[in-house]
Design a protein around this ligand. Structure first.
Ligand code: ZN
Length: 285
C-alpha cells in the first residue's frame, strides 16, 4: 500500500515538473537574440541629428523629456470618427485621439484578443497635448502622472486601457494583454517590480508601442525601455530570430557616428532615435 502512495507521489511530481518545463520551453523557444553583427548589402548615409529625438523607440521619462522636435508619425485622428480602427473595443469618450498607425496596430491586437474570446476592452486615454497632460498631473499626482512634456502620452505612442468588466489588473483583458501584447509591438511600460527603474508605480493599463522586434526582445529579456536602450547602447549590434522565420539585424549608432550610418540597399528598414544619445536601425533580413 505504502509503495503505491510513493508511486503516486512521484507521478504527481513528474507531471508538475513536466508542466513547468513545457511552459518554460513554449514561452521562450520562439525567440533567439544573438549579440552579433550581420553583414548586408548596404551603403553609408548621414542622418540628421534631429532623428535622435524621433521615432517609435524614443525614451520619454523624468530624465528625458519629449524633445520639441518630436513629430507624430501619421495623422492624429479622433477615434470616435474612425470606425475602421475601433472594431473590437469601446471608447471611454468621444475625444480620444491617437496617431492612425498606432490606432491600427492597437485594433489589430484587440482583434486577435477577440478571436481568443477576450472582448471587453475599453480605451480610456490616448494622445494628450500639454494642456491635457497638465490636468492629468494635477489630478493624479507624481506617482502616476508626469508633467507636460515628460509623458509618453504626449508622443501618441502610449495608450491606457481598461476592461468594461472592471479594473484591468483583475480582468481577462488585463491578463491577455500581459501575455500577448509584445507579439503586437506593445509593452506594458510600467510593470510590477521595475518601479525603481521607471520611477513610476505599476500601471497595468498603460501600453506603449515600440514595435517589433523590440517588444519581443524586451519581453524575452524582461527589460523595460530604460534597460533595453542601455542594452542596445552597450551591445551595438544584435541579430534576432523570431519563430516565424523572421529575422532582424539591429544596429545602434551613437550621435558621433550619424555621418556613417549603414542602411540596406534592398531590404526594408526602420530608423528610430532613442531620445538619448543615438539612433537604432532595424533591418529585416
Ligand atoms: Zn498612461
Amino acid at each position: 500500500m505504502r509503495t503505491w502512495v510513493l508511486y503516486g507521489f512521484f507521478l504527481v511530481i513528474t507531471v508538475i515538473v513536466s508542466m513547468i518545463l513545457f511552459q518554460a520551453i513554449t514561452d521562450h523557444a520562439d525567440v533567439n537574440v544573438r549579440t552579433a553583427s550581420h553583414e548586408f548589402d548596404g551603403r553609408e548615409i548621414t542622418i540628421d541629428p534631429d532623428e535622435v529625438n524621433q521615432g517609435s523607440l524614443v525614451l520619454v521619462n523624468q530624465e528625458y523629456p519629449m524633445n520639441d522636435a518630436f513629430t507624430i508619425e501619421g495623422d492624429l485622428v479622433t477615434l470616435f470618427e474612425q470606425q475602421q480602427v475601433t472594431t473590437f473595443y469601446s471608447l471611454l469618450n468621444e475625444k480620444i485621439q491617437l496617431p492612425l498607425p498606432i490606432a491600427e496596430k492597437f485594433n489589430q491586437m484587440v482583434n486577435d484578443a477577440h478571436e481568443d474570446g477576450v472582448e471587453q476592452f475599453l480605451l480610456t486615454s490616448g494622445y494628450r497635448d500639454n494642456e491635457a497632460q497638465a490636468r492629468q498631473y494635477d489630478e493624479r499626482g507624481s506617482d502616476y502622472a508626469m508633467p507636460p512634456g515628460f509623458s509618453e502620452h504626449n508622443t501618441g505612442l502610449a495608450l491606457d486601457i481598461s476592461s468594461i468588466e472592471g479594473p484591468i489588473e483583475s480582468s481577462t483583458e488585463g491578463r491577455w494583454v500581459e501575455e500577448h501584447s509584445w507579439k503586437h509591438g506593445f509593452v506594458i511600460r510600467y510593470p510590477k517590480g521595475k518601479e525603481e527603474v521607471t520611477g513610476i508605480q505599476y500601471e497595468p493599463w498603460h501600453l506603449r508601442y515600440v514595435g517589433i522586434p523590440h517588444s519581443v526582445i524586451m519581453h524575452e529579456k524582461g527589460f523595460v525601455l530604460e534597460e533595453y536602450i542601455d542594452f542596445l547602447e552597450e551591445e551595438k549590434s544584435l541579430v534576432v530570430e523570431l519563430d516565424s522565420d523572421e529575422a532582424y539585424a539591429i544596429n545602434y549608432y551613437p550621435k558621433e557616428q550619424l555621418d556613417r550610418v549603414v542602411i540596406p540597399n534592398e531590404q526594408p528598414y526602420e530608423i528610430s532615435g532613442t531620445n538619448k544619445d543615438g539612433i537604432v536601425v532595424v533591418v529585416e533580413l
